[in-house]
Design a binder for this molecule. Structure first.
Ligand SMILES: [Zn+2]
Length: 182
C-alpha cells in the first residue's frame, strides 16, 4: 500500500484540490491534473483523453464538512481510474482499477456510490431536468419542465463548439433521482 498523506480538516475547495494534487504526485501517473466541474449527478470523473481528474464543485462544497471521508474516497477512486488507464489502458471498474484501489488503501471501494442529491438549492428548487454528457456527467442546460426531445433527436444533437465531444453523448436526466459516482 502506498502512503497517502491524510487530509487535515478541509475548509475549502482549495484544500481538496491540494490533496488531490499531492495524491497524483505521490502515487499517480505523471502529467495528470485536477479540475472542477458543475456536475450535479456524479461526484467525480476521470477524463482519460485530457488526463484530468474532474470533481463536482457542488458535491465537494456540500460535503466538505458533512463527509470529508467521502470526498477523500472520491479523489482516490478517480485516481485509481487514471492509474489503471496509464498502466493497462483499462476503463471502468475492472481488475486493474481494483488493484490500483488496493495500492491506494481503499481496497473495498465500490464502483457506484449513492449519496444525497447535492444539486445547489437554487437548482433543486427550480430545475427538474438537465441535459448532461452521458460519460462525464457535465451539465449543459437545465429545464424547468420536461423538454420534448425524442431519443432520435438527442442522438443527433450536440453542444455548439463541442461537436466531437458531445455528439451522440447527450442524455436528459431527471434531477429528482439520487446521485451517483461514476
Ligand atoms: Zn469509477
Amino acid at each position: 500500500m502506498l502512503l497517502i498523506p491524510q487530509p487535515k480538516q478541509w475548509q475549502s475547495l482549495k484544500d481538496v484540490e491540494d490533496y488531490a494534487r499531492a495524491c497524483i504526485e505521490m502515487c499517480g501517473p505523471p502529467g495528470w491534473s485536477v479540475v472542477w466541474d458543475r456536475a450535479v449527478k456524479r461526484l467525480g470523473c476521470c477524463k482519460f483523453n485530457k488526463r484530468v481528474l474532474s470533481f463536482s464543485r457542488f458535491f465537494v462544497e456540500s460535503y466538505l464538512q458533512k463527509d470529508p471521508e467521502l470526498i477523500r474516497r472520491t479523489v482516490l477512486h478517480e485516481l485509481a481510474h487514471a492509474m489503471a488507464w496509464e498502466k493497462y489502458r483499462e476503463r471502468g471498474h475492472g481488475p486493474a482499477w481494483r488493484r490500483a484501489c488496493c495500492e491506494l488503501g481503499i481496497a473495498d471501494e465500490r464502483s457506484v456510490c449513492k449519496c444525497d442529491d447535492f444539486a445547489p438549492p437554487e437548482r433543486k428548487r427550480q430545475a427538474l431536468y438537465a441535459l448532461c454528457h452521458a460519460e462525464t456527467g457535465e451539465v449543459y442546460r437545465y429545464y424547468y419542465r420536461k423538454p420534448n426531445y425524442s431519443v432520435r433527436r438527442l442522438r443527433l444533437s450536440y453542444i455548439p463548439g463541442q461537436r466531437d465531444h458531445t455528439l451522440g453523448k447527450l442524455r436528459l436526466i431527471d434531477l429528482r433521482e439520487s446521485s451517483a459516482k461514476q
